[in-house]
Design a protein around this ligand. Structure first.
Ligand code: C2E
Ligand code: MG
Ligand code: MG
Ligand code: MG
Length: 283
């Protein structure tokens, strides 16, 4: 009996430690937004067969002054639970567009910029206005913008997502279903929302060469996407073997460490400069 009481106490102590570290993180995150600790990085996507960069995905980064780099998987869910995600989305969109426009890359070298968005980003007319305000600095067509939404995010707030996406989609904004195949009802989501692209989740790509089942699932996704005229991007491509398999299976666009890691704007400028130089040398 004493033992079980003891462990109960221990459990409480551990729990309260976890709670306070989460509360601490949340507090720090609120400060981070106001104190320039958040930045954005860009990961290029490629059409390998045409030897061409097709777009970049924008990913948020948090440089904590004491704890160093905190990965999005540690703070995005927290931000989603505590009403901070819209502030992060706005920051990420505005910062990335500002950096890309200032560097002269948008429309010239980059034809597609993909942003990750959450369920809470889709809250009626207010959200439409937020997106429209975030995009108002764009000097050209809004079809350079893509929103990446996971199926689980879509399902959390289907009506809201549908309403906002249909407004933005009419103005040219592209929509991608992220982590495709990992949710509960991928097909239903495709049926209900205006979607132009699916991103094959990295968990399917990881063992595609060895695992026949995964390979068949990927081929099925590709066939479905083709029938529905959807673009397909495979994410998490790390090896040539995976890339070759995907290309042979008909996947046109690839993203992953094999080609480029997420990088800051300065590095992206150099990276694109090198690509352009290679192209000139070849022609
Ligand atoms: P995601 O949207 O599926 O992004 C892909 C993740 O895979 C990124 O992790 C990227 O760095 C990583 N990745 C890319 N290529 C490879 C590869 O070859 N191998 C492996 N192992 N990983 C690769 P990251 O940046 O840590 O982001 C994790 C998740 O956090 C994202 O998954 C997305 O769901 C979320 N996230 C990131 N930035 C934002 C944001 O600005 N807003 C929102 N709402 N969510 C974000
Ligand atoms: Mg994504
Ligand atoms: Mg993904
Ligand atoms: Mg993912």
């Amino acid at each position: 009996k004493t033992n079980s009481r003891g462990s109960h106490k221990l459990f409480n102590a551990e729990l309260s430690q976890v709670m306070s570290s989460r509360a601490r993180l949340l507090l720090d995150l609120k400060l981070a937004l106001d104190h320039n600790q958040l930045t954005v990085v860009y990961q290029p996507q490629f059409c390998v067969q045409e030897n061409r960069m097709t777009g970049v995905e924008v990913l948020v980064r948090w440089h904590h002054p004491e704890r160093g780099m905190i990965p999005p998987s540690d703070f995005i869910p927290l931000a989603e639970q505590h009403g901070l995600i819209c502030g992060i989305t706005d920051f990420v969109m505005r910062t990335a567009l500002h950096e890309l426009i200032e560097a002269g890359l948008l429309y010239r070298d980059i034809q597609r910029v993909s942003f990750n968005v959450s369920a809470a980003d889709f809250n009626g007319n207010e959200s439409c206005d937020r997106f429209i305000a975030n995009l108002s600095e764009l000097p050209g067509d809004w079809s350079v913008i893509e929103l990446e939404l996971t199926e689980s995010a879509a399902l959390l707030n289907l009506e809201g997502v549908k309403q906002v996406l249909s407004v933005l989609n009419k103005r040219g904004v592209q929509v991608s279903l992220d982590d495709f195949g990992t949710g509960y009802s991928s097909l239903n989501t495709l049926r209900l929302l205006p979607i132009q692209e699916v991103k094959i989740d990295q968990s399917f790509v990881k063992d595609i060469v060895q695992n026949k089942q995964d390979a068949k699932l990927v081929r099925t996704i590709l066939a479905m996407a083709k029938a529905l005229h959807l673009r397909v991007v495979a994410e998490g491509v790390e090896t040539h073997a995976q890339a070759n398999y995907l290309i042979n299976a008909g996947c046109e666009e690839l993203q992953g460490f094999l080609y480029a890691r997420p990088m800051e704007i300065d590095h992206l400028i150099t990276f694109i400069g090198n690509l352009n130089q290679q192209k000139r040398a070849q022609s």
